[in-house]
Design a protein around this ligand. Structure first.
Ligand SMILES: Cc1ncc(C[n+]2csc(CCOP(=O)(O)OP(=O)(O)O)c2C)c(N)n1
Ligand SMILES: [Mg+2]
Length: 662
């Protein structure tokens, strides 16, 4: 048989032209022609596809990607055309969850205007996506998931890797992806791809709805040919809208701000997603209202901007948390108000406190019984600024003096945590951050997600540019950092900002959870900077465990002792050698002085480079400042061991201080 030509033909009786392609070929050709547009600029919506092949995608999407011309990743966003349309670059991953993390890193660095697709085989390949999908959806970041699915025609159930569900013939393991996806469809007929693909693009490009989008693709349907209407492959532009606020909501918001004596802004990830940093700066310049930030919002203002009071909540600064306790109006901009931000409902103590939430979703805008201002962050802030300008609102100068002074006092605590008096000593974790602080410019990007680092970074890091601080704390997923750094590097490259130093900061536990995408960085020769902080286990959870009566149980990486505990010597595990074995250049540092040199060398390296350092347990001088606000982790109500009994007494006191904002 000769190969079937994918060229267009006109049907009989002047019917619209069609193109004969498999479902998988049609999907790839369609994806390569989708664009987003915002503020007059166009971006390829799906600029590359990650994949690990097995049965369920090897002969369908895999074959279609070959047809689509693949091409080197340098052609990312390239519009050159192959026989079937624009190219679709392919990226090879090692683990499906990690491919989603990479796609998420890419989407965040691309301002959600460009995303990646991820294709998997059926069964385990597909369910490995679930964690990444949840992470993408929580963080409102677009990623298109294309898991292979079992046969739609079911000629020989069960196929390899098929979970049979005795009570439901139409369920497959891919249904696990429904609750973690913002849109889910299973394409059981070729022509059903048309509405499914259009809905998928709508959701990916919708700033209020975006997250993981799943198109489950039964493997027989992927390979099946169909006469697709030529129009399906036309270039399509999805406008990323900036909705303006409702007039009545804006009026109410203006009244609330004008009557506030101690207003405080909480900047969340929505500021970043909307690229509203300059508008926020203009709003604070006019009103002098201080700005605290969540993990996702940190960097909304530079650390040395006079109105920036740093992180808020459990991992916040004393400055921000004190302001939060006494605020009479909290203006949330693009925030979900997680328990870390609200100190589990205990932070906003002023009995008269009210909330005004500028958010693109009604869901978040109404949280804490707020006055809602449903709008894009930038458009909403512009509207507020001009509505207030005519009426001359500005906070009391005494309030401004108060927070400026508190900010200076906090800065001294940062200095104390960062200072390294002894160059020959082993550094503490905060001293490692201090050394990094002396080295980086606004070019550097720091990526982290879990362990004790997010807390230290949120409290201490001096963010120098809007996209420097990349801490994924919505899902706080160990193992996000390395693949996400790869995604960020790909995005900086696509933006023409090659050479920006991108650092993945990981604890030893996090490293062990998911180091394998190092191989991808090596394969693509991406100059990933990996900083491994070895402290032999879960220092963060160890500390938490101690505070909640758990006695650090199961949190140290040590040999078993004769009684069955884990109090023996540290394990003889060499993570530096491990990273080297995967192809990285590794610089080991023992002292502060070594580390300073190693970090500088890694920063100027051209290929993937790892700095490995064993950290010292912090003492009070060089450790991070203590938590400035509470976090609710329920403690055992009955226990025979004193540690839990004492912890429960403290817990009951804390819980009593919680309030509902109604
Ligand atoms: C996938 C995943 N599993 C479990 C957790 C819970 N958890 C949060 S931090 C942490 C320990 C992290 O250890 P490490 O990376 O060594 O950082 P350290 O606490 O030592 O700073 C664990 C188990 C998580 N966040 N993500
Ligand atoms: Mg650790």
């Amino acid at each position: 048989m000769s190969p079937t030509s994918p060229t267009s033909r006109t049907g009989p009786r002047n019917e619209p032209p069609t193109r004969r392609l498999t479902t998988a070929q049609a999907l790839v050709a369609f994806l390569a022609r989708q664009y987003t547009e915002r503020d007059g600029r166009r971006h390829r919506l799906i600029s590359a596809t990650w994949g690990i092949f097995g049965h369920g995608n090897v002969a369908g999407i895999g074959q279609a990607l070959v047809e689509a011309g693949n091409g080197s990743r340098k052609r990312n966003g390239d519009h050159s055309v192959t026989r079937t349309g624009p190219r679709m670059p392919y990226l090879q991953g090692r683990n499906e969850q990690a491919m989603v993390h990479a796609a998420v890193g890419y989407a965040r660095q691309s301002g959600r205007l460009s995303a990646h697709a991820v294709t998997t085989s059926i069964g385990p390949g597909a369910t490995n996506l679930v964690t990444g999908a949840a992470l993408a959806t929580i963080n409102h970041l677009p990623v298109l998931l294309l898991p292979g699915d079992t046969f739609a025609t079911r000629p020989a159930d069960p196929v390899l890797q098929q979970l049979e569900v005795p009570y439901a013939g139409d369920v497959s393991v891919n249904d696990c992806l429904r609750p973690v996806s913002r849109y889910f469809d299973r394409v059981t007929r070729p022509e059903a791809l048309i509405p499914a693909a259009l809905q998928a693009m709508r959701v990916l490009a919708d700033p209020a709805e975006t997250g993981a989008v799943t198109l489950a693709l039964p493997q027989d349907v992927q390979a099946e040919a169909y006469d697709w209407p030529e129009e399906f492959f036309a270039e399509r532009v999805w406008r990323v809208r900036r909705p303006a606020p409702d007039t009545a909501e804006l009026e109410a918001a203006v009244r609330a701000v004008r009557s506030a004596r101690r207003p405080l802004i909480v900047a969340g990830g929505g500021v970043r997603h909307s690229a509203a940093e300059e508008t926020l700066a203009a709003f604070t310049a006019a009103t002098r209202i201080p700005v605290a930030s969540t993990q996702a919002g940190k960097g909304a203002l530079r650390h040395d901007h006079p109105a920036d009071v740093g992180g808020i909540g459990h991992t916040g600064t004393a400055t921000a948390d004190e302001l939060a306790r006494t605020a009479d109006l909290v203006i949330g901009v693009g925030t979900r108000y997680t328990d870390f931000t609200t100190a589990s409902g205990t932070l906003f103590e002023n009995p008269a406190v009210r909330f005004l939430n500028l958010n693109i979703t009604g869901f978040d805008a109404h949280k804490l019984a707020a006055l809602p201002l449903v709008a894009d962050a930038r458009t909403g802030l512009e509207a507020l600024t001009s509505a207030l300008a005519g009426r001359g609102y500005r906070i009391d100068p005494a309030y401004e003096t108060e927070y400026t002074g508190a900010k200076e006092a906090w800065e001294e605590q940062v200095e104390a945590s960062f200072t390294t008096p002894d160059l020959t000593a082993r550094p503490t974790q905060t001293q490692v951050l201090g050394l990094l602080d002396t080295l980086v410019t606004e070019e550097d990007i720091l990526i982290n997600a879990a362990g004790s680092l997010p807390g230290d970074l949120h409290k201490l890091w001096r963010t120098r540019s809007r996209d420097q601080y990349h801490v994924e704390y919505g899902y706080s997923c160990m193992g996000y950092e390395i693949p996400a750094a790869i995604g960020v590097l790909l995005a900086t490259e696509a933006q023409g900002h090659e050479g920006r130093p991108v650092w993945a900061l990981v604890g030893d536990g996090t490293y062990l959870m998911n180091p394998t995408e190092i191989v991808t960085a090596v394969q693509e020769n991406l100059p990933l900077r990996l900083l491994i902080l070895q402290n032999h286990g879960y220092a963060s959870i160890g500390g938490l465990s101690e505070a909640v009566g758990g006695e650090r149980f199961g949190t140290a990486y040590r040999h078993r002792d004769p009684d069955g505990g884990f109090t023996g010597p540290p394990l003889p595990v060499d993570l530096a050698a491990n990273a080297a074995s995967l192809g990285m250049r590794v610089l080991r540092a023992t002292t502060v002085d070594d580390l300073r040199k190693a970090l500088a060398e890694a920063r100027s390296a051209e290929g993937p480079t790892c700095v490995y350092v064993e950290t010292e347990t912090p003492d009070t001088v060089s450790g991070p400042p203590p938590a400035q606000a509470w976090w609710d982790v329920p403690v055992a109500e009955t226990a025979s061991r004193p540690a839990a009994v004492t912890a429960r007494e403290e817990y009951d006191r804390r819980v009593a201080a919680r309030r509902h904002h109604l």
